[in-house]
Design a protein around this ligand. Structure first.
Ligand code: D5M
Ligand code: FE
Ligand code: ZN
Length: 606
């Protein structure tokens, strides 16, 4: 991340700015999160030219242009913005291909410095995926890529019409584990991404959760180009498998003249979608054997489905080919779930939480205290819900983190990442021991940003009581007799942007779109950085009984084909940024799910 003032400073540099940027990056400590003014000013290039005290004797010092700082032009910061671009990986983590090499074989769009959500990832091709068929030497046409109020006593209960139908005991003991060194080697480095999971500090967790599926301790990718091909093929073949029960599809390379006019089916990944001048949808579809242009003519029954097509989703299409590389689509088939009223029921009550953002000045501590009083049975609870709660699942963003977006320091009441987790542990440890807590990370937590994310590192786990189980993001597991799929939900930002009819106010609709596509983050290369692991853990293999997300800070519940989909909102009040963006969070409302009936309620502590 770069401090805007540092960026201005760089923009005002009278010499070759790319050289300054390189110099600044070379001088960075591996633990640097934000490049600030001091990092720029201590660069020899800066000192030489601006302060005039030397550094590189081979260069003459031109005069400082007094107008330079007002120059409106922007500089190309794309390479320098990649923290790993110039610096070798830390430790002996094996082969590592910086994105420069990826860039040589494929056009790589480096993250824009103006995107506050830029995740400093290693080897993630941003905005473009490799062709599925790349190593077969098949060249398809070159396709450009487009791009509620309560208070004491007890919570207010609101039945949610979508599915059916608002509170600390003093610390028995303050948990003060010895504080580990915050070094690049031992501390979970939020800048490192693909390599972090290799660190011995994040071993697989001996979990008490049945059937746990997550990346923790299993990451193998190093971000090589071939990793990406393998990753997309895995995505393709898993979803193809789901579709092949509904379609008898042929490989795209077999669409020759001889079969022109006959109705046939294909299964491919969406490489491009555009609307032609005549209003037809033109979709470039790719499978491991080749690529074809699919045309869905306007007004043809079923063509409405095509408005929600997104890049990189895997679909089936039935239609006819002209044998010359064009395919006229009649039906679009998604790997959607089979209709069912309910996947399963279990036992006990569960609280769904997310986006607590401990350490943020906006964290709603009073509301959290009410929640804690309630769950500990210290206030009136007419429906007796508190005593029925056996589980609490947290879908990410436990803390606000540090260096997540420029200027975040001003929004932090706790500026030290370790202290944020200490405080978060205090808050969670006030939940009674009888409640099993499952904790999955989000983009504000101190694990790699690329998804799938591993569970919190071991040093942090020690802060929490034994009733907390740590899982990755996403994580599939069995709890209370039913299958859960927990995913923080960063892809909702992309889905809301790309699918007409979706909004931040109704995050459950975006979750339904995930289920229809059997993928938690179908669009590759926008907000979500995906690590090209051997298996695509973001594929929704078996329909879960519960899909639980967070991230967008708005509560939402629905049932879709038997799956209970819940977004658990937040505990963070509206931030200045969200005010500017007109994002209206619904803080301090907790979804309670009775697993024996799958009926949900909103408990309001705001
Ligand atoms: O994300 C909370 C929500 O707010 C999520 O929908 C993204 C949005 N958000 C928050 N900060 C930003 C910035 N700086 N740019 C764009 N969108 C943003 P969370 O993960 O809790 O920060
Ligand atoms: Fe959040
Ligand atoms: Zn988030």
């Amino acid at each position: 991340m770069i401090d805007p003032e540092a960026l201005e400073l760089i923009a005002s540099y009278p010499g070759p700015r790319d050289e300054l940027v390189e110099g600044v990056i070379r001088g960075l400590e591996s633990s640097t999160l934000v490049v600030g003014v001091s990092e720029v000013k201590r660069c020899p290039r800066w000192r030489e030219l601006v302060q005039g005290n030397g550094g590189f004797s081979h260069q003459k010092s031109p005069q400082l242009d007094p107008a330079a700082s007002n120059r409106p032009e922007t500089m190309d910061f794309s390479k320098a913005h990649h923290p790993s671009f110039r610096s070798p990986p830390l430790g002996s983590l094996g082969a590592f291909i910086p994105s420069a090499q990826l860039a040589s074989s494929k056009s790589v769009k480096a993250p824009s410095p103006s995107d506050p959500f830029f995740s400093p990832e290693v080897g993630v091709i941003d905005g473009e995926r490799p062709n599925l068929s790349i190593d077969k030497g098949l060249k398809g046409p070159k396709i450009p890529r487009p791009e509620e109020g309560g208070g004491s006593p007890g919570p207010v209960h609101v039945d949610d019409p979508g599915l059916e139908g608002q509170i600390v005991p003093p610390w028995a003991e303050k948990l003060r584990a010895p504080r580990p060194e915050l070094s690049a080697a031992g501390h979970p480095d939020v800048r490192s991404s693909l390599r972090q999971d290799h660190a011995p500090s994040t071993p697989a967790i001996p979990s008490c959760l049945e059937g746990l599926s997550d990346i923790t301790g299993r990451s193998t990718c190093v971000g090589e180009y071939q990793d990406f091909i393998r990753y997309f093929r895995d995505r393709y073949s898993r979803i193809r498998e789901m579709l092949s029960g509904r379609l008898n599809a042929r490989p795209i390379e077999s669409l020759r003249k001889g079969i022109a006019g006959r109705e046939i089916s294909i299964i491919g990944m969406v490489m491009d979608v555009r609307t032609s001048a005549k209003g037809n949808k033109v979709v470039e579809l790719e499978d491991p054997t080749g690529m074809v242009t699919v045309i869905f003519q306007k007004g043809v029954p079923g063509s409405e489905e095509t408005v929600s097509l997104v890049l990189d989703e895997v679909i089936g299409v039935t239609g006819t080919t002209d044998g010359k590389g064009r395919f006229f689509g009649k039906t679009l088939v998604r790997p959607d779930l089979q209709a069912r009223s309910l996947i399963a029921t279990g036992e006990g009550g569960a609280l769904l939480l997310s986006d607590i953002h401990v350490g943020s000045t906006y964290f709603m501590e009073d509301a959290w205290d009410r929640f804690i009083e309630w769950i500990n049975g210290e206030v009136d609870d007419p429906l007796g819900i508190a005593s029925k709660v056996k589980y609490a699942v947290i879908a990410g963003d436990l803390v606000d983190g540090i260096g997540i977006y420029p200027g975040q320091e001003g929004d932090l009441s706790i500026k030290d990442i370790w202290e944020q987790y200490e405080r978060a542990a205090e808050l969670l440890n006030a939940i009674p021991d009888r409640i099993q807590i499952v904790l999955s990370p989000g983009n504000h937590d101190v694990v790699r940003q690329a998804e799938p994310q591993p569970a919190l590192p071991e040093q942090l786990r020690d802060l929490f009581k034994k009733n907390v189980t740590f899982v990755g993001n996403p994580a599939g597991f069995r709890l209370g007799g039913v299958d859960w799929l927990v995913y923080h939900g960063r892809s909702i930002d992309d889905l809301v942007l790309k699918i007409p009819g979706l909004s931040y106010g109704e995050p459950e609709k975006a979750m339904v779109e995930m289920l229809k596509r059997r993928h938690l983050s179908p669009i590759y290369g926008n907000r979500v950085s995906i690590a090209p692991e051997e298996e695509d853990l973001l594929v929704i293999r078996r329909p879960p009984a519960i899909l639980h997300c967070g991230h967008v800070h708005t509560i939402g519940m629905t049932r879709y084909k038997g799956v209970t989909a819940i977004n658990s909102g937040t505990w963070q009040g509206q931030t200045d940024f969200q005010k500017k963006m007109n994002i209206q969070p619904t803080p301090a409302i907790v979804p309670y799910l009775d697993l024996s009936t799958m009926r949900a309620r909103k408990l309001i502590f705001a």
